[in-house]
Write a protein that binds this ligand. Sequence first.
Ligand code: FDA
Length: 396
Amino acid sequence: MRERTARSADVIVIGGGAAGLMAAITAARGGRQVVVLDHNAEVGRKILISGGGRCNFTNLDIRPECYLSQNRRFPYSALSRYKPADFLELLKKHHIPWHEKKLGQLFCDNSARDIVTMLLAECAQAHVRVMTDVKVTSVRRSDQFSVETSAGNFSARAVVLATGGLSVPKTGATGFAYDIARQFGLSVIQPTPGLVPLVFGAESDRWVHTLAGISLPVRVSCGKRVFEEALLFTHRGLSGPALLQISSYWQPGEAIRIDLLPGQNFEQLLGDIKKAKGKMRGPAALSRWLPQRLAHEMAGQYAPDRPLVEWSDKAVRHIAQSCHRMDVHPTGTEGFAKAEVTLGGIDTRSLSSRTMQAEKVPGLYVIGEAADVTGWLGGYNFHWAWASGHAAGMAL
Ligand code: FDA
């Protein structure tokens, strides 16, 4: 191994988030001298706030189909070489307890801090130098890379861009990786907010705001994409897991279809109650299956406020269809401030799917959310960070 000064290393990882720390640990275990630079006062800020403080660190059902990218096949290689079981092995080594919450989503029993502590312990064990409060301002390349920072210049034969995406700027998120990518001639797919609440400005959808606080299980769809999970009405529009999932597929101008009673035949149910309780009025009937305020809203919009016996079969069919196929027209998203992830990013068509190295810039690697790979809600994004970090670390 070559002698290195304090300011030179084999590898400089820019960004001490999930992906950067995993790449650093893997490369250092392989004998590389690695420095991690992060401008925050502590690494892993997003890990700490994730999963309601318990970090949904992976999912038992990791499949490439659960990722969005302009280059759909890109995640296959890294995901096939780093599985949820590999990360669980690491947790076992550090005696970190975890549990499955639902839908294969794995969370820490205690705190997300367990994950950061574990990653830092692995860094220490592998002699990774982790430097915080160091803002990287530029990256240049001649015979090796020169990295300019608020703490002076560093040099290395390889640089890993692991500065993540733009979501939640208050955590230290920046578009730094995109700037460096463009500087080196890589293209960047327009970053947009993903896993984000949607807002409603159109007069026809204003009623959505009046239902703030209501949550119920639904099926939402946009085009061919369908998710079944909880929906939450907010003061600004719609949120909740089902809506966050579909938001990553939604394009401005498109409608989102909501089935308020998935798996039920509401026409049949209403017909039955009409026969059994003819004197019951619309809102009371609907509130047997829907939260009360929503039942009142739906009844007010679509159902005659008369006893059920007076409802025609056509009226029953109409209200049932309205509940199964409610179309809403979002006017936008709550933006990067509220988005859990960033869609788009550095175009993976210019990267090797095996190593994460830029094909035309030897020594430059892109991992984690900085790349144009975005997972579903439920641990998929951290898993991509681990898997892509591991792939780069093995190749460094
Ligand atoms: P990440 O953003 O984690 O790290 C980038 C690092 O680069 C940061 O530490 C930053 O300070 C540093 N940086 C940026 N610019 C720099 C510069 N110029 N110089 C030096 N350092 C710089 N996912 C999931 O799978 N399960 C979950 O439970 C959650 N929960 C969740 C909650 C919330 C509120 C958010 C916002 C996001 C999630 N996510 C999630 C998504 C997940 O946090 C995200 O996909 C990963 O953190 C991405 O990891 P990266 O390492 O790529 O970037």
